[in-house]
Write a protein that binds this ligand. Sequence first.
Ligand code: SAM
Ligand code: SF4
Length: 477
Amino acid sequence: MSFAKAQDLIRLARLAATRRTGIGLDEICEEFGVSHRTAQRMTDALASDGYGLTENMEEADLVLLNTCHIREKAAEKVYSELGRIRKLKEERAVDGHELLIGVTGCVAQAEGREILRRAPAVDLVVGSQTYHRLPSVVQRARAGEKIVETDYAVEDKFEHLPQPARSVVRHRGVTAFLTVQEGCDKFCTFCVVPYTRGSEISRPVSQIVAEAERLAEAGVREVTLLGQNVNAWHGEGPSGKEWGLGELLFRLAEIPGLARLRYTTSHPRDMSDALIRAHRDLPQLMPYLHLPVQAGSDRILKAMNRKHTAEDYLRLIERIREARPDIALSGDFIVGFPGETDEDFDDTMRLIREVNYAQAFSFKYSPRPGTPGAGMSNHVAETVKDERLQELQALLTEQQRAFARSLVGTEMDVLVEKPGREAGQIVGRSPWLQPVVIDAELGDIGDIIRVRIGNAGSNSLFAESMNPHIPMREGLV
Ligand code: SAM
Ligand code: SF4
């Protein structure tokens, strides 16, 4: 994966839906990494009303602009995009066709009714907490009502999310995301999530297990549990005992057919003993952990309200590595948080050297409206942020390449996900999430095959083609 994401945090989504054929899904913007899942959720929610994805916005009956509130100018970008879609709506009206326009996601949550005032062509505004209400909102909008739905849902929004049909799951492939938790109560001073996504909500065990079983029955082999603060997930186990994510993973590992489990994104404060035990004892739990630290200076960590020190983080990594020695670490870093000095930045570089990451995302600090960080006085100059980001990314890239190189000559199990770009190739994932290119004759999509790595490219690994196909036992990788 690249670090380029850091520069480009705002992307707008166009989820265009037609009642005749299918919905067109362009780029979708979301908080890092869960974007596709949100699009899927909306698609699933609208499917029962006859909406499907269409590749072509021109034929859409409904265009949803899914938005991200990640930078100050996000709302302005949304308004200019709405101007373009309004023109399309007017052209369609001349032909006697209706085109509904909706704004969803974080900008919808933050701007609410203001969107209808500034862009009267918009029919519906649905906040990030209320996607499950989309079908009823769309129905009311079709009857001519203008709707703003941004109240945090008090009802169980997970319960109301329609499940995709088996054929749809199969079509999406052998890996799937499963949302187990939403929202965040941590209030890091740079982050907008607690304001736009609301407070932490955990999905009940029974729902999670049922959805995981359904996915496995439909042929999914790998499930990634999702949450803004996924390891803060907690719920009541079947015997009434309080469970954390560790206990939940032990339960999910019992589901036949689910060969691989992952979870993201975690907070260092919520790595419980049971979760570390799960890494030690569950072969299904992949040896890869995204555990953002953000900075290596205690002064900055305190100003960020991260509630842990650099030393706490390093000791935690030590314990996790003791439990699962082959685990690879990934992280998030912010450079240029208000008040960050050269010494603070050096502390971050030192921490990176000590941990040695296999993968990472890094960002220049950008003030998010309404967060305490935005109101701090000692902002760092952009030029300094640029220099620090470059230096930090050079180190992380070097570590990522060294990790990939260290795998050359080793054997590993790869879950085959899709055909390769070239004829005769298939592509799978290593336990550490790297794409692995393999000879097509060695396996089929959904197989877990053991290969020896012959070469490491900048983003992918290449398997030697000498290995026999070894179909793996269910549940073991
Ligand atoms: N919950 C996760 C955690 O605690 O680390 C991360 C969620 S956040 C949406 C994803 C990443 O975006 C963060 O880890 C942080 O590195 C980055 N990020 C969030 N707010 C930022 C800001 N104001 N400026 C730059 N990067 C930011
Ligand atoms: Fe944002 Fe911090 Fe919550 Fe992560 S833990 S979502 S960075 S407030």
